[in-house]
Design a protein around this ligand. Structure first.
Ligand SMILES: CC(C)(COP(=O)(O)OP(=O)(O)OC[C@H]1O[C@@H](n2cnc3c(N)ncnc32)[C@H](O)[C@@H]1OP(=O)(O)O)[C@@H](O)C(=O)NCCC(=O)NCCS
Length: 205
C-alpha cells in the first residue's frame, strides 16, 4: 500500500495578484468589469468556441453576482485581462477546479470579440500559468479545447501545453458532434522553458 505522506503547502488563492506583461496586465476581476466583459457573453461565436449552451440572452444580474464574489474565492483565481495600451478590460483568465490532493487546476481563458489575434491571449496565458506553477505551487494545469478552435489550440501549444488525448464527441453543437482535445502542462516543463517551448529564434509572442 502506498503511504501518502506527501503534503504540499496549500496554495495561496486568497491573495489575488496583479501580473504585468508587455501587452496585458492581469488583475483581480470585479463586478465593475462586467460591462466590459458582456460582449464576451453576447457573442455567438465566443459561445460556440467555449461550448456554452445558452440562448444568446445572458442573465446580466446573475453575471454581476458571479463577478462580485470572485475576490472572496479561496480555491480559484479569476483575473481580468487588461490591455496595457488602452487600459481596457478585454477578457478573463481563470485557474479553477483546484484538486488539492493532486496539486492540479483547470485553466480557461476568453477574450472579448475584436481583440483576438494580437498576442494578448498568449501573453495572458503565459502570465497566469506561470503564476500557477511558481507562486501557487501547482504541479499540473489542464484544459480542454474543441477541434474547431485551432487558434486557441495554437496559443496553448505556443505556451507549452501538451496534447494528451481526445474526448470524442464531447460537444453537440447545432446538430454536429465535436471532439475536444485534452491538454496539460506540468511544473517541471514550466521550469524548463518558462512558457517558451519552441526553438530559440521563433518570433511569436
Ligand atoms: C483563444 C484566445 C484566448 C487566443 O487569444 P488571442 O489573443 O486571440 O491569440 P494570440 O494572438 O495570442 O495567438 C493566436 C495564435 O493562433 C494562430 N492562429 C490564428 N488563427 C488560427 C487558425 N485558424 N489555425 C491555427 N492557428 C491560428 C495565430 O497565428 C497565433 O499564432 P502565432 O503567434 O504562432 O502566429 C482568444 O482568441 C479568444 O478568447 N477566443 C474566443 C474564446 C476562446 O476560443 N477561448 C478558448 C476556449 S478553449
Amino acid at each position: 500500500m502506498v503511504d501518502h505522506v506527501h503534503s504540499a503547502p496549500r496554495p495561496d488563492f486568497v491573495s489575488k495578484p496583479t501580473l504585468r506583461g508587455e501587452k496585458v496586465l492581469l488583475r483581480p476581476v470585479t463586478v465593475d468589469d462586467v460591462s466590459a466583459l458582456m460582449p464576451m457573453f453576447r457573442d455567438a461565436e465566443a459561445s460556440r468556441l467555449t461550448g456554452s449552451h445558452d440562448d444568446g440572452r445572458p442573465d446580466e444580474a446573475r453575471i454581476r453576482t458571479w463577478y462580485d464574489t470572485r475576490r472572496d474565492q479561496e480555491d480559484r483565481l479569476d483575473l481580468a485581462v487588461v490591455e496595457q495600451a488602452t487600459g481596457n478590460v478585454i477578457g478573463e483568465a481563470v485557474l479553477n477546479d483546484w484538486d488539492p490532493g493532486n496539486e492540479s487546476c483547470n485553466f480557461r481563458i476568453c477574450l472579448v470579440p475584436g481583440t483576438y489575434g494580437h498576442g494578448m491571449g498568449t501573453e495572458a496565458t503565459r502570465l497566469i500559468v506561470g503564476y500557477g506553477f511558481e507562486k501557487l505551487g501547482l504541479h499540473h494545469i489542464s484544459l480542454e479545447v474543441y477541434s474547431f478552435n485551432p487558434r486557441a489550440r495554437r496559443v496553448y501549444e505556443k505556451v507549452g501545453f501538451v496534447a494528451e488525448g481526445v474526448l470524442r464527441d464531447a460537444l453537440l453543437w447545432e446538430g454536429t458532434r465535436v471532439d475536444a482535445a485534452v491538454m496539460s502542462f506540468l511544473a517541471p516543463e514550466w521550469f524548463q522553458h518558462h512558457g517558451w517551448p519552441e526553438p530559440a529564434g521563433h518570433t511569436s509572442v
